[in-house]
Structure formats: C-alpha cells, structure tokens
Design a protein around this ligand. Structure first.
Ligand SMILES: [Zn+2]
Length: 56
C-alpha cells in the first residue's frame, strides 16, 4: 500500500511512497516539510534568535 507525504505547513502533497509494512493505517499520510516552508521556517527561526540577542 502507498501513503502520501504532505507538507505539514502548506498541506502540499510532496510525494507518494510505498509502505514496506502492509499494515492498515487509519490515515495513510506522513507529514513532512517542503523546501519552501523549510526555508521560511529557518528564516523565521533566525529572525527570532536575532531579536532575542537584542533583549536584555
Ligand atoms: Zn510547505
């Protein structure tokens, strides 16, 4: 059976993968992060850490 790999941020379907174990799943979806959202999250994390250095 196959399951979908979906971006947890924008819910874009990134990939469809073969499940090695043929176990029935309630929701055959695996959440990941797409390159665009990964870049945005990294930029956000960097801006937060920059802001924190100005506190205190
Ligand atoms: Zn995304």
């Amino acid at each position: 059976m196959t399951y979908l790999v979906v971006c947890a941020w924008c819910l874009k379907i990134m990939d469809e993968k073969e499940c090695p174990d043929a176990q029935p799943m309630d929701k055959p979806i695996s959440h990941s992060i797409c390159p665009e959202c990964l870049e945005r999250e990294i930029a956000q994390i960097n801006s937060i850490s920059i802001n924190e250095t100005h506190i205190g």
